[in-house]
Design a binder for this molecule. Structure first.
Ligand code: GAP
Length: 438
């Protein structure tokens, strides 16, 4: 399948099945902003919950946090974002469209939009932070930023969390939240957008132990990616060359996925040294040192950061799950999502709309929902079409109530991937599904 074909198909499946819609579509859409529909929001929540489970709930050494999006503007001076969070921008002298100067399409000097040759002058640096005003007065003193990364909320709360949770270095702070970047060239569906979500964890360690912890987190994050059920051959590490490093990083590795549009990053692991805490100490005048209780040793910890894009991970999960195949002479599209991530775990169908089958199917569907197993009831259309709809939605199991159910109380469970069907007692369905969601 051609690369663009696959992306087009994914975008249209996402709309059709209620995963992702273009923002403000009735007004012609907003530049590169997307809304998550009924299935999309569930998939996103499941990815976030899966991350939170591994990074916070299962660990004694990581605390959660939910810091605000708007922060004191000095935070972004201290962090280096006011000065350094920029992309080089060029403008076409003919059509006045603006582009990132460091992308292959404009490096030859020809405008990709109007075709003018020698179209660009010297690039200028464009700051990617969104700006707004706090309160009713719009002036320089009231200007604030929408955070371009969630990490700074963690740094400014480092001693609050450490003291309140009585943590000792090494320990980490994790949070999931929105971040905003006024990207010059967003695109590739939800890959590069101007509003997105990050799941970030800053791990505070004693200086000198940072290289070791960096290796630990590289390995831990790789394992987590595999636990999403992704194809390993489509994942790789990519180290940042010295000229690619962010202003705060000593060493950085990306975890990349092979998208239809090439190998691209969706998680970064960074050694941020003591850059951020030291700068906050300098700019705020407040101590950001850690004091070790028995030894009285004082130091500004080094930080190993793991930074995952939630929207990009969702795109990775969808891309990896998307399959087209021919089953018994018929084409089908199937999302082979890991059952733990799938928005719907099960769909329940009455084979026909008579003989009490709808009532029995609805009863089972309601029992599943009441037991917190996301279930979908569908009595519309042929059984084949109902299966196809669920295959496209990524629902791992379909339960059908049929004539035999009336006689012996059993139903069939069809597996989305193997297409195998087994018969089980209706009252055993919940247990059967729970067993497979562990
Ligand atoms: N705190 C470090 C940091 O923000 P980053 O490499 O700039 O590092 C981390 O971003 C992750 O955030 C990326 O790997 C990506 O998944 C996600 N991300 C960054 N910019 C994005 C954008 N414009 N749209 C969607 N996701 C983005």
């Amino acid at each position: 399948m051609a690369e663009n074909d696959l992306m087009d198909k994914l975008v249209s499946l996402c709309k059709r099945r209620g995963y992702i819609f273009q923002s403000s579509e009735i007004y012609g859409g907003t530049g590169s902003v997307w809304d998550y529909g009924p299935l999309g929001v569930e998939l996103k929540n499941n990815i976030k919950a899966f991350w939170w489970q591994a990074m916070v709930l299962e660990r004694d050494d990581i605390e959660g946090l939910d810091a605000a999006i708007l922060m004191h503007p000095r935070v972004w001076e201290a962090s280096g974002h006011v000065e350094g969070f920029t992309d080089p921008l060029v403008e076409c002298r003919q059509c006045h469209r603006r582009f990132r100067a460091d992308v292959p399409e404009v490096e030859g000097g020809q405008c990709p939009t109007c075709g003018t040759r020698d179209a660009f002058g010297e690039p200028r640096l464009f700051n990617l932070m969104f700006r707004t005003f706090m309160g009713p007065v719009e002036n320089a003193a009231s200007q604030v930023y929408l955070r371009p990364e969630t990490a700074q909320g963690i740094y400014v709360n480092f001693l609050n969390v450490q003291g309140a949770a009585r943590q000792k270095v090494p320990f980490g702070i994790a949070q999931i939240g929105k971040a905003f970047r006024n990207e010059i060239t967003p695109g590739n569906f939800i890959f590069r957008t101007r509003e997105f979500e990050q799941a970030e964890m800053q791990y505070f360690v004693e200086p000198g132990s940072d290289d070791e912890w960096f290796e630990y987190w590289k390995e831990a994050r790789w394992k987590w990616q595999l636990s999403l059920g992704l194809r390993e051959e489509r994942l790789r590490f990519q180290q940042h060359a010295p000229d690619e490093l962010a202003h705060y990083a000593k060493v950085a590795f990306d975890i990349e996925y092979e998208f239809p549009f090439g190998w691209k990053e969706f998680e970064g692991i960074h050694n941020r040294t003591d850059f951020d805490l030291a700068r906050h100490q300098q700019y705020s005048g407040k101590r950001m040192e850690y004091i070790d209780a028995p030894t009285n040793k004082r130091f500004i910890p080094f930080v190993v950061e793991t930074s995952l894009g939630i929207d990009r991970t969702l795109l990775v999960v969808l891309t990896d799950a998307y399959h087209e195949e021919v089953v018994e002479g018929e084409e089908r599209v199937v999302l082979r999502l890991a059952p733990t991530l799938a928005p719907l775990k099960v769909a329940v169908f009455p084979l026909v709309k008579k003989d009490g089958l709808p009532e029995m199917a609805e009863k089972l569907h309601k029992e599943l929902r009441a037991a917190a197993v996301p279930s979908f009831y569908d009595a519309a259309g042929s059984i084949g079409r109902r299966y196809r709809r669920q295959d496209e939605a990524g629902t791992p199991w379909c339960v059908t109530v049929d004539g035999q159910s009336n006689e012996d109380g059993t139903v069939t469970i069809r597996d989305r991937d193997s297409l195998e069907q087994i018969r089980v007692p209706a009252e055993g369905v919940l247990g059967w599904i729970r067993e497979r969601l562990r």
